[in-house]
Ligand binder design. Structure first.
Ligand code: HEC
Length: 161
């Protein structure tokens, strides 16, 4: 009798776990392609960061610019935070091209962008400039592997590391 009850219980547990629906969460919408996110969120957001601080040397001498007003700093923070959060958009099912390298590259971008955000909060002009380059490299690192005509190229590197 004891055994019988045990078997029934185990059977019930198995049935319950097999018949379970995959875990359901909020109804995320991922119809917007990676390419559309790049062109309409990441690229304009990065420009807010990259254009914020700069120097041009021409026949008029050296011209430098940096954010001065709160509104100008807000643009930098907006760009940096939009980039940091965009990493999550890139990691969503249907957009992530794989579950390791792609994820790491997106996280690298988020880390760089978040540091740029903090630099903007601190109004640290030099650091915003320097982190602009770190962000730029994080874009490039992913593009080298995944923004290629041959869609499978990224997958070759995927398993090794
Ligand atoms: C995790 C990977 C990844 C990261 C990080 C990434 N990109 Fe991309 N990006 C891609 C892929 C993949 C494509 C090609 C998309 C396609 O054509 O399907 C692309 C395409 C683009 C395009 C062309 C979009 C178009 O018009 O089709 C731009 C612009 C771009 N990325 C900008 C950026 C910028 C700026 C950053 C960094 C701030 C960045 N990307 C970071 C993966 C990434």
């Amino acid at each position: 009798m004891q055994t019988r009850i045990l078997i029934v219980t185990v059977g019930a547990l198995l049935a319950a776990s097999c018949g379970e629906e995959p875990p359901s969460g909020p109804p995320f919408r991922t119809e917007t392609s990676v390419s559309m996110l790049m062109a309409n969120i990441l690229d304009p957001a990065a420009d807010l960061l990259w254009d914020a601080v700069g120097t041009v040397i021409d026949e008029n001498g050296e011209t430098t610019w940096e954010p001065e007003t709160e509104e100008e700093w807000l643009q930098v923070r907006l760009g940096a935070m939009a980039l940091a959060e965009s990493a999550n958009l890139l990691m969503m099912d249907g957009r992530a091209r794989d579950q390791d390298q792609w994820i790491r590259l997106a996280e690298d971008m988020a880390d760089a962008a978040m540091q740029a955000f903090e630099a903007a909060e601190a109004r640290d002009v030099q650091r915003v400039f320097d982190l602009g380059e770190v962000v730029y490299n994080s874009c490039n690192n992913c593009h080298t592997l995944y923004w290629v005509d041959d869609e499978d190229r990224g997958r070759v590197v995927e398993s090794g590391s």
